[in-house]
Design a protein around this ligand. Structure first.
Ligand code: G1P
Length: 297
């Protein structure tokens, strides 16, 4: 019987410089799509996939994340006094069972691989998920749940994968495909941020991973890769060299790159239109905006 994936690592130590000045005082994971911070979408996706232990790798200036997942006794008492049961209900999604969430500091920004390695003692000898909250994925079934179901069949390491235009390959980890099995691809190599002419395919790694504990041992070697950083991609590629299976998983759903301003705006529009309480007013506004734009052309 394969061991269930119940632990997830959330690397949230990044400085978020692309969103300065906002991120001077607000962690980028706390920026909101409509009314929920990015981290809430990541946690919900993990919960739906059966994750029970949530490990945040943080850095200085991220204490808002800890407060967000704590109880807020004064706020809750005030809402209760006023009979605002709907808002009390809304706050419930931020409640974590005591001991279910752990915070570890990455003391130096040495790369994504290093951030994940910081969680090694809590992961111990179990398979685990990694979720990058910048990548928001909308879909009927959460991306991580789809992957957990596929992993239960295959084992090995698995990364979420998506086709990207060749000109964008240098922004991602890119898969070298051995065998295309449809939703899944068997991978024979992975390269972090290749030049466009060196990309082995147009299949990019998106920020969802299911990894074996051996990946942590590979990270122990602290090999630096692209950009002088310790890359998670390299530690996974090492598994292939050791003769173990690595899969890419083409998920169903729409991915938004909320690490970029354009992607964040697109996600805001899509999630705004997805909300029953906003759809009518918001789509009316967008229609009007388009009509004015088209008339001006
Ligand atoms: C990270 C990974 C990269 C992956 C990407 C997905 O890069 O290193 O392999 O394709 O996330 O969003 P980053 O975007 O943090 O530079």
């Amino acid at each position: 019987m394969r061991r269930k994936v119940i632990k997830a690592v959330f690397p949230v130590a990044g400085l978020g410089t692309r969103f300065l000045p906002a991120t001077k005082a607000v962690p980028k994971e706390m920026m909101t799509l409509v009314d929920r911070p990015l981290i809430q979408y990541a946690i919900d996706e993990a919960r739906a996939a059966g994750i029970k232990e949530f490990i945040f790798v943080t850095s200085r200036g991220k204490s808002a994340l800890e407060d967000y997942f704590d109880t807020a006794p004064e706020l809750e008492a005030s809402l209760r006094r006023k009979g605002k049961d709907d808002l009390l209900q809304t706050l419930k999604q931020t409640n974590m069972e005591s001991g279910a969430i752990a915070y570890i500091r990455q003391h130096r920004a040495l790369g994504l691989g290093h951030a994940v390695w910081c969680a090694r003692r809590l992961i111990a000898d179990e398979p685990f998920a990694v979720i990058l909250p910048d990548d928001v994925i909308a879909g009927e079934k959460g991306c991580l749940q789809q992957m957990v179901e596929a992993y239960e069949e295959t084992g090995g390491c698995m990364v979420a994968a998506m086709e990207v235009p060749p000109s964008k390959a240098s922004a991602y980890g890119i898969l070298d495909v051995e065998q295309d099995l449809g939703h899944q691809v068997k991978v024979k190599g992975m390269i972090e941020k290749p030049n466009a002419d060196e990309a082995p395919s147009n299949l990019a790694v998106i920020g969802r991973y299911i990894l074996t504990p051996q990946v942590m041992r590979n990270l122990n070697k602290m090999r630096s890769g692209t950009g002088g950083e310790i890359q998670l991609t390299d530690a996974i590629a090492e598994e292939i060299q050791a003769g173990r299976d690595v899969y890419g998983y083409r998920f169903r759903g729409q991915r938004f790159d909320c690490g970029s301003k354009a992607g964040f705006l697109q996600a805001t529009v899509a999630f705004g239109l997805g909300r029953n309480d906003l759809r009518d007013e918001f789509s009316h506004y967008l229609d009007e905006l388009m009509a004015v734009r088209n008339a001006a052309q």
